[in-house]
Design a protein around this ligand. Sequence first.
Ligand code: SF4
Ligand code: SF4
Length: 53
Amino acid sequence: MVERCLGCAACAAVCPKDALTISGGKPEFGPECDDCGICAKVCPTGAIEDEGE
Ligand code: SF4
Ligand code: SF4
């Protein structure tokens, strides 16, 4: 979960929709997010997980 987030912003950098912003050291998903899952794959700590489970 997001507790593991390091605030590295790698997820925000790869999001094709610019939906992710780092706010207070944690990722925040904007309405543009289409759940493509790319950000979850690049996160070094696995802080982002599929929410649709
Ligand atoms: S799931 Fe896709 S669209 Fe949503 S924040 Fe991650 S990279 Fe961006
Ligand atoms: S890639 Fe993972 S650790 Fe880095 S800012 Fe995003 S959620 Fe946090």
